[in-house]
Structure formats: structure tokens, C-alpha cells
Ligand binder design. Structure first.
Ligand SMILES: [Zn+2]
Length: 426
């Protein structure tokens, strides 16, 4: 069809893997130059590939808009580099993502060679360029391009993006949906993903396209029984967790379980993000709002301790159990969890609970694959996923009023993409 050849969408990152999300949409103008829209600009992790900006089909200074589906680093991590490379367009996201953007990038920038002053300048620039938008309302960009952000239920502020593009005439409207990362139904704190509007092309994530998660009820039961067993010998349970999303979910679930052991959040970023979650309670689901209305703060409890200062982290390394320590990074690539694992990996009394995706080549994945000497117990709780499973992804697509004419699966390893394609019948 004519319009397909006119409009180009390139998957510059996370085409066949899970991290480094980046998609470029080049929309031809009837007259004048094309409008270039980038959806996400994430950092790749582990062995996942990342395209050099010099090899982008259009130079960063020619990108008009950057849409950010959510504030995970594998979706936003290269925004500072994109700006350094010449991007000066508008950054469009939800209010929640806007609130999380700078704290998340500040943390990742602090691991670079940039000076404090340079970091401050780049953060100011990002703040100036970025705009927070409401869910569910249609907004217009230049050249008749419209967009709407739907709640993706993945983390606070996460969205999928629906675009309506007028190529030549009204009959020529072309609608594209970028799913971003889709969350599970019945996720703690967050509402379920919205139903997407109909579209011609759906670009959809497929992280867990080849499996189904346990139900939340089952997952809480499993977590409780595993923790009880693991802590019965007086050991420490380490939970490597993403600071954004997973840490807050864990606090919420541990509060519901009511463990009688101290729980330490050894993550300055995780604590900062938890405060943002607490502040943006308009983004919570009904269950969390009802708990708060009854006077039970859903993301705080007696026995939960914040470890902000590095000196206190050092003291925590000498702690004897039973205790639970939640620390970043989620894939053990850096952060305070690395010190904890160095310290506790060889003690059979201890246990490590993996509650998030571990990309190929990361230390977390290597521990699970038993490629690292380890005497502590290793547990993988797949139910704790911020990503929809196969059944949920299929249901989400089927919930559209009209099936998309084309579905492209991205953001998944080969097996997951193939299994989801089969389940969708594409
Ligand atoms: Zn994500």
C-alpha cells in the first residue's frame, strides 16, 4: 500500500531483545520535510545491542518529538546522550513519568564521567524540553498528527501511545499503537492497563510472550512460604529489585503478608521513588486508595527501614539474620546489591530471591544459570513481573474494537516472540 512505503518505522533498539527500547517513526510531510518521532531512547543491558546515534536513519537534531512510554532506564537511559548528540525537540510523556524522569536519570548519570555541573545542566535541559500529559485525551502535534496516551499499568506513569497520522486525506488516516511495556492485570498499587483504541499497526512488547504468570494470590502465598522457610534458619534474604516499580510492589506485598522480620530498603533511589509513588496517589488503583483512606499507608509499615547513607549500608553488611534486604540494581549489574552478594553469597543460611527479569549476560542471569559459585539458596519468583504474560497480551489485543491490520512483535527474545505470534495467530 502507498502509505506503508511513505511512512517508515525503524526499530532501532529492542527489536529482538528486551532492553534498549528505541523506535523511529518518519512521517512524510505533504509539503516540506518529514516529521520524525522517536518512541523511547533506552539503554541496552547485558549483551543486548544498541545502535550508535551516527547510524540512526535521521540525525538526532532532526528528531521533532521524543515520546517516553515510562521511566525505566531501558526506555529512557540514552536521553542525555541523545541531547548531547543534538536532539532539541519536545519530550512527551505522562505526568508520572515526568516526575520520575530526572531522579532516574540522575542516578544513571552519576555512574558516568560527567561532572556535577554537566549533570545539572543536562537535567535542566531535560526538564525544559519535557511535558507531562494526561491519560486518555487526544492532543495534536504538527502536520495533523494526533496522539493519545493510555495507561499501560506497568509502573507509575507508564503509557502506551496511540498515534493518528493524516497522510494525505482523511481516508488515508493511519493509526499506530506503541504498547511500550504492558503491565499485568491485578498489579499492586496500579490500575489494570487501559483498552487500546483500534489501529492499523500495533507494535507490541513480547517479554513474556511464551509463558503465563502465577496469579497474584498464588504469588503472595509462594512468597510467604518461601520467605518463612528461607528465614527459619536465621539467614538473610536478599532481593535484588528495580528501584522503580518492583521495590514499591514488594513493600506493598510484604506489608500485606505481615512478615515478623525487619525489612531494609537499601537503595537511596528506591527510597526516593517510593516517596514519588506516595505523592502521586491519584495514579493508584482502588485497592491502594481504599487502604490509605482507612489509615493504612499501603507502601509503609512497622519494621520497614530506610537505608539511605552509605555508612549505614556498610553497617548493614555486618547484619545477622533473620532479615530481608531489598537493594538495587535489579539485575545485580551494580549498586548496593553487589556488596551484599559478595558478602552473603557463600553462606548456605542465606537466600537470593529474583523477582524480576534478568537479561542475558547480567550477573543476575549468571547466578540463576549457576555460572557463579554460590552456596546461598537461589529462588526465582516469576509471578513478580511488571510485564503482562501471554494470556494478558492476547487479551489486550483482543480487547480492541477492531483487530489491528498488522502486529509487529518487539521487546522479546526469539522464543517469546514466536510463541506470542502463534498465540495471536499472526
Ligand atoms: Zn519497563
Amino acid at each position: 500500500m502507498q502509505k506503508d512505503t511513505q511512512m517508515k518505522i525503524d526499530h532501532l533498539g529492542a527489536k529482538k531483545c528486551v532492553t534498549g527500547s528505541c523506535h523511529l517513526m518518519q512521517i512524510p510531510g505533504a509539503r516540506g520535510r518529514a516529521v520524525n518521532i522517536l518512541v523511547d531512547c533506552g539503554k541496552a543491558q547485558g549483551r543486548d545491542p544498541e545502535l550508535d546515534f551516527d547510524d540512526f536513519p535521521v540525525a538526532p537534531e532532526k528528531i521533532d518529538y521524543l515520546f517516553l512510554t515510562h521511566a525505566h532506564i531501558d526506555h529512557i537511559g540514552r536521553v542525555p546522550d541523545l541531547i548531547d548528540a543534538g536532539f532539541d525537540g519536545e519530550i512527551i510523556c505522562t505526568h508520572g513519568t515526568k516526575a520520575l524522569l530526572i531522579p532516574m536519570l540522575h542516578d544513571s548519570l552519576s555512574f558516568t564521567q560527567k561532572s556535577k555541573k554537566e549533570i545539572q545542566a543536562i537535567e535542566q535541559k531535560i526538564d525544559d524540553l519535557s511535558w507531562g500529559f494526561e491519560y486518555g485525551e487526544v492532543f495534536s502535534l504538527k502536520k495533523g498528527i494526533r496522539f493519545k496516551l493510555g495507561n499501560a499499568g506497568h509502573i507509575l506513569g507508564s503509557c502506551f501511545v496511540w498515534f493518528k497520522i493524516c497522510l494525505e486525506s482523511d481516508e488515508d488516516d493511519y493509526r499506530v499503537v506503541f504498547s511500550g511495556d504492558l503491565g499485568c492485570t491485578d498489579t499492586p498499587i496500579l490500575p489494570d492497563p487501559d483498552t487500546p483504541d483500534a489501529c492499523d499497526l500495533l507494535i507490541m512488547e513480547s517479554t513474556y510472550g511464551d509463558r503465563n504468570h502465577e496469579s497474584r494470590k498464588k504469588r503472595i502465598e509462594v512468597l510467604k512460604s518461601c520467605l518463612t522457610k528461607a528465614l527459619s534458619d536465621g539467614g538473610i534474604v536478599y532481593i535484588p529489585a528495580f528501584s522503580l516499580g518492583r521495590t514499591q510492589e514488594l513493600i506493598y506485598e510484604l506489608d500485606r503478608i505481615g512478615m515478623k522480620v525487619p525489612v531494609f530498603i537499601d537503595s537511596p533511589l528506591g527510597l526516593k521513588i517510593t516517596k514519588i509513588y506516595a505523592r502521586l496517589d491519584e495514579c493508584w488503583d482502588r485497592e491502594a486508595k481504599e487502604l490509605k483512606a482507612r489509615g493504612d499507608d499501603p507502601i509503609n509499615f512497622k519494621g520497614l527501614y530506610s537505608v539511605e547513607r552509605f555508612g549505614d549500608h556498610k553497617k548493614l553488611l555486618k547484619l545477622s539474620g533473620p532479615a530481608i534486604i531489598i537493594a538495587g540494581s535489579g539485575m545485580c549489574t551494580g549498586g548496593r546489591i553487589v556488596d551484599h552478594l559478595k558478602h552473603g553469597l557463600n553462606d548456605p543460611k542465606n537466600d537470593i530471591f529474583f523477582v524480576g527479569y534478568q537479561a542475558k549476560g547480567t550477573p543476575g542471569r549468571r547466578i540463576i544459570e549457576k555460572k557463579v559459585p554460590c552456596r546461598a539458596g537461589i529462588h526465582k519468583l516469576s509471578g513478580y513481573s511488571a510485564h503482562a504474560d501471554q494470556a494478558m497480551l492476547v487479551k489486550w489485543v483482543k480487547s480492541m474494537s477492531v483487530p489491528p491490520k498488522e502486529i509487529r512483535l518487539v521487546h522479546g527474545e526469539s522464543r517469546a516472540r514466536k510463541a506470542l505470534a502463534a498465540a495471536l495467530g499472526i
